[in-house]
Design a protein around this ligand. Structure first.
Ligand code: SOE
Length: 377
């Protein structure tokens, strides 16, 4: 690979577009050795608004049609953070045009759609990343290292929750996120997919699920809601562990509360996103009367990502997960390798979608449903 800056096109100028634009700029200026980029095109719904957003977010210009980015030879990487119904078509077209591709989660509205997206990227031979950014929280990476080293023994049980409250108010208007045609599913695909990916990353493959979904407010200003407000599931892991998953957008007081408890034969790990600089760790022992959980601050030089940032005790935040993630992708592109094992690639995106589909099947049937994975190779 040459040292030419990598031309970037970003589809999406809203919340996640801002997060990714910020991360590309920060990686370039703050992370030593991060491959250099040229922020070329910001793709929005209409050209004038996209151009305005491009100016603000540091891109050369805005365009109103994603096909312009797919056809542009100056683009090396196509980053799709648009709504879920704009994931497959632009990402598949970009991969077929030889662009390396990043796609927001869920990779597809269904497992079939995610499989086709993975197939296109695989056949094109491009680097692909599904934007499960929480893999890039230092405490999550550290938890993975501890589990892989056997520090908490054999994992027996996982309790995974992702709770938000922006739909508690029944008068909150509907959006694309609340319609199956545009979103695929509700809290499940939006929040639960993060949990499924973290469970796979930290513990291993999920082979069966049972579940319940609920839609508490089926009609909102702006139209009907036909996706889940909340989902609860039990998970069976191929390695023998069991787990529970809860995702909700109707949990009063919970703004962005992703939480994990992982219990092994020799100890336990806990994590709370709203305290993301901390990892809870229980390893039995110590002087009499001191046995209990400890809180490890993830900012010492031996902790993941810490050396790239500040002295111990100077904290990182949500936006750093995107800086780490996009830097990881840029290095993979420069070095001509896959983003695995620490990045989620499109196979990981597809596998998470397959578990989401199984959860919806289980909720409909009331039975435990196996998860069968397909391949594109
Ligand atoms: C939904 O509110 C949302 O923005 C998700 O779409 C993101 O994936 C999650 O990281 C934060 O919450």
């Amino acid at each position: 690979m040459s040292d030419e800056p990598l031309g970037i096109a970003l589809l999406g100028a809203a919340f996640m577009g801002r997060a990714h634009a910020h991360a590309f700029r920060t990686a370039a200026t703050m992370l030593p050795g991060s491959p250099s980029t040229r922020l070329e095109l910001l793709v929005g719904r209409d050209a004038a608004r996209a151009d305005e957003a491009a100016g603000q977010l540091g891109f050369a210009r805005g365009v109103g049609d994603w096909r312009a980015a797919v056809e542009d030879p100056a683009i090396a990487i196509f980053d799709d953070v648009g709504p879920n119904d704009l994931h497959a078509a632009p990402t598949i077209a970009a991969a077929r045009a030889g662009k390396h591709v990043i796609c927001e989660k869920p990779l597809g509205r269904t497992a079939d759609e995610a499989l086709e997206t993975w197939r296109a990227a695989h056949e094109a031979g491009v680097v692909h990343l599904c934007a499960f950014n929480y893999r890039f929280v230092p405490a999550i990476r550290h938890a993975r290292d501890l589990i892989a080293a056997g520090t908490i023994g054999a994992v027996r049980h996982v309790d995974a929750r992702y709770l938000q409250d922006w739909l508690v108010d029944p008068q909150a208007p509907t959006t694309w996120r609340l319609r199956r045609a545009s979103a695929g599913s509700g809290a499940l695909g939006d929040l639960g997919s993060h949990l499924i990916d973290l469970c796979r990353y930290l513990v291993g493959e999920i082979d069966a699920v049972a579940a319940q979904t609920r839609t508490f407010t089926p009609e909102r200003p702006g139209g009907p809601v036909d996706v889940d407000d909340a989902v609860s599931a039990t998970l069976s892991f191929a390695g023998g562990a069991s787990g529970t998953l809860t995702a909700s957008r109707v949990a009063p007081g919970r703004r962005n509360a992703l939480g994990l408890e992982i219990h092994g034969s020799e100890g336990s790990i806990t994590f709370a996103l709203e305290r993301m600089n901390e990892l809870g760790l229980y390893l039995p022992g110590g002087p009499p009367g001191t046995d209990g959980f400890r809180t490890v601050l993830m900012t010492d030089p031996e902790h993941p990502f810490a050396p790239a940032w500040w002295p111990p005790g100077h904290l990182l935040a949500w936006e750093h997960t995107f800086v780490h993630e996009l830097d990881h992708l840029l290095r993979a592109v420069r070095d001509g390798r896959s983003v695995r094992p620490h990045g989620a690639d499109f196979e990981d995106g597809y596998r998470a979608a397959e578990v989401c589909d199984a959860i919806l099947r289980a909720a409909a049937s009331g039975r435990t449903e196996p998860v069968a994975y397909r391949t594109v190779a």
